[in-house]
Write a protein of this length. Structure first.
Length: 284
């Protein structure tokens, strides 16, 4: 923690952004395989509920960090989504809009009760590197390290369940326990990302790098590696643009991510055209 105390506000923001740019695409890759990338949108709105509740708590206990309540609400939301997916077994997609709607509704009520200004809510909704405190960076670092440790320890189990849960279950893997663990990981990543990217944009940082990576990857590990590279590129480009152009950090990161995805589509299209021309030449 002493290392974090010596960092300037800009250095704290950059460090937080690099950590988030690394871990978010990793979770995004697993969500992609599970066909559940949209879950990040629902959980981000539940996290907003937790943040607003935390802001209300700070009016009584100023020492409290809303990131903690944001994580707890995000974790509860992820577990509730899993439960709803079991209830609506043939209509699993209903779980996301149910959670999203509830999160937005409760958040609106709590925001109306909170005695806070526009600037603070803007930072939570759209992200701002200049508002990352030493406590925020410590929370991001600890949760990121914990998430990576869990992924390394249970990598084979997470991959097996993501690709074929029935085979994983027959192999002796506790699917419920691993799914619960993955829910915790997803909640951790969303709660740690919102201070830099913003609650409304965190889903983009999870999905965009993975969407770009899958265009070129030939294996799941390549999806992870390329996703991290695209994620870090989006974060670095977004922070740089935010600093020099004086624009919102979260928005800049997401726009850079979209541009990278568009560039990936263009390069992939050129590769396909080149491969077709090569095949025609060999056929001739």
């Amino acid at each position: 923690m002493d290392i974090f105390l010596n960092l300037s506000f800009l250095e704290r923001g950059i460090a937080a952004g690099l950590l988030i740019g690394f871990i978010s695409p990793v979770i995004g890759a697993f969500l992609l395989v599970r066909r559940m990338t949209i879950i990040s949108e629902g959980l981000s709105h539940v996290t907003l509920t937790g943040i607003t509740a935390g802001v209300l708590v700070t009016q009584v206990a100023p020492w409290f960090n809303p990131l903690y309540s944001g994580f707890l609400f995000s974790l509860g939301g992820s577990l509730l989504i899993e439960k709803l997916r079991q209830v609506y077994r043939h209509f699993e997609e209903l779980a996301i809009p149910i959670i999203l709607s509830g999160g937005v509704g409760v958040s609106a009520l709590l925001i109306s009760l909170a005695d806070t200004g526009y600037t603070e809510w803007y930072a939570y909704l759209f992200g701002s590197i200049i508002t990352v405190t030493t406590g925020d960076l410590g929370f991001i670092f600890l949760t990121g390290a914990l998430a990576l440790l869990v992924i390394l320890l249970f990598y084979k189990e997470l991959v097996s369940i993501s690709f074929d849960p029935e085979f994983a279950s027959s192999s002796g893997i506790s699917v419920k326990k691993i799914n619960f663990l993955f829910s915790v990981l997803t909640a951790l990543v969303i709660s740690m990302s919102m201070k830099v990217v913003g609650i409304l944009l965190v889903g983009a940082l999870i999905a965009l790098p993975t969407a770009a990576a899958i265009l070129f990857a030939k294996s799941f590990r390549q999806v992870l590696i390329l996703g991290i590279l695209f994620g870090e590129a989006a974060v670095i480009g977004g922070i740089t643009a935010s600093y020099y152009l004086n624009i919102a950090t979260g928005g800049a990161i997401v726009v850079i991510g979209v541009l990278l995805l568009a560039a990936a589509f263009f390069v992939k299209k050129l590769q396909n055209l080149w491969n077709r021309s090569e095949r025609k030449e060999h056929a001739a």
